[in-house]
Structures are given as structure tokens and as C-alpha cells.
Design a protein around this ligand. Structure first.
Ligand SMILES: O=C(O)c1ccccc1NCC(=O)[C@H](O)[C@H](O)COP(=O)(O)O
Length: 200
């Protein structure tokens, strides 16, 4: 089954439901985000749920990000330098590498898959916009750990599933308002993913 990451979780009750419906829970601990929570929130969530927690970060030093919480994964939501990619090799932490969905980042994608075997997220260049699906399709065919994010909603999720990614990433499409998840939307999307797998 295509795996689901519900991202931007900032309430315990949303984390508890997400843990029943999704495979990964994303918590954004970067102060630039309206969904920002302190890294300590991750350690609290881990007491309530047994699914892997992803610490999503745009800025900051890698070592600091890795050590600031007990997250199972770190999602580096920026384009890393060659030195930073090398640095990730020295840590045992599991990473998610963000690749902006634009042809000009194709060589960056290739660098990551040559050097690491971590998860990759192909996502829109600008938060809130829909991902370039043609580019996402190309990456999914070339590497088996590619996830797609960027504008997925309960109403359009099939379009993304049809590319057969390893996983999908949803945040704003399951929100009631910024910072609060809409539990009905979470349920609807996870049911669609299950049904999709069943009919394939
Ligand atoms: O959630 C944020 O505010 C955020 C800010 C800066 C970088 C990343 C951020 N979130 C990441 C995600 O929500 C997901 O990994 C992904 O981008 C899907 O998001 P959406 O298009 O909202 O479904």
C-alpha cells in the first residue's frame, strides 16, 4: 500500500488520530512556519503514538537539528550543499531529502540518490502550491523511495496515487485551519488510499 505522511501536526488529538491512519507523522519545528511547534512537542507526541515522527526543518545546523528531539526522521526541507549531503552520511539518523519539483533540481536529485538511500520528498517549490506532477512522475520511476507532496487533498489524491509513489505527504489539504487538522479529511484521504490499493 502507498504510505501516508500527515504533516504539520501540532495537537495531540490530531497526532493520535493520524497514528491510526498514517504511516508517518510530520511535526514542523522551524520557526518560519505558521505550524511551528517546539521540538519538545515531538518527545511528548512519542509518548502517545507508536508511528515514526518526522521533524521537519528548513533552516539550521544538521547536528543541532538531529539532537534537538527524539524524532525518528529528520526532513531537511531545503536544498542542501554538497558538504551537507556528505555530512548526512556521518549520522545514523534517517533523513527525508526535499527535492523542489523543478527540472533544474534534477541533478540535485541524482546526487542524493547516488550518495544516500534515504527517503526523498518531491514537493512544490513554494509551500501551498501544487507540485509539478510531470517532474514527480519522472523521479518516482527512477528511485523507489520517492514520496510526493504539494497540494494533495481528499478530492484530488487519486491523481497523485496514479503515479504510484512510495508515499504521499499531506498537510494543508487536511486542515480545518492552519495548525489544526480536520479529522474528517484525514479519514477520507486514508480511506481513499486504502481503496486505491485494493482496486489496483
Ligand atoms: O508546514 C509548513 O508550514 C512548512 C513550512 C516550511 C517547510 C515545510 C513545511 N511543511 C512541510 C509539509 O507540510 C509537507 O512536508 C509537504 O510540504 C506537504 O504540504 P502540503 O502541500 O501543505 O500538503
Amino acid at each position: 500500500m502507498i504510505k501516508i505522511k500527515f504533516c504539520g501536526i501540532s495537537h495531540i488529538e490530531d497526532a493520535i488520530l493520524a497514528s491510526k491512519l498514517a504511516d508517518f507523522l510530520g511535526v514542523v519545528t522551524d520557526p518560519i512556519s505558521p505550524r511551528y511547534v517546539k521540538p519538545e512537542f515531538i518527545n511528548i507526541v512519542k509518548r502517545f503514538v507508536d508511528k515514526p515522527i518526522v521533524n521537519v526543518k528548513v533552516n539550521g545546523d544538521l547536528r543541532v537539528i538531529i539532537n534537538e528531539s527524539d524524532a525518528d526522521y529528520v526532513q531537511l526541507h531545503r536544498v542542501l550543499s554538497d558538504n551537507e549531503i556528505e555530512e548526512t552520511l556521518s549520522y545514523s539518523k534517517k533523513f527525508i531529502f526535499y527535492v523542489p519539483a523543478n527540472e533544474k533540481f534534477y541533478s540535485y536529485f541524482n546526487t542524493i540518490i547516488k550518495k544516500t538511500n534515504h527517503l526523498i520528498l518531491v514537493d512544490s517549490e513554494k509551500k501551498g502550491e501544487k507540485v509539478n506532477l510531470e517532474f514527480a512522475k519522472k523521479l518516482v520511476k527512477e528511485y523507489d523511495k520517492v514520496g510526493i507532496g504539494g497540494g494533495i487533498t481528499p478530492d484530488n489524491v487519486e491523481e497523485f496515487l496514479s503515479l504510484n509513489p512510495y508515499w504521499i505527504d499531506i498537510s494543508s489539504g487536511i486542515e480545518k485551519y492552519k495548525t489544526k487538522k480536520d479529522q474528517e479529511k484525514m479519514i477520507k484521504i486514508s480511506e481513499k488510499v486504502k481503496k486505491w490499493t485494493f482496486i489496483q
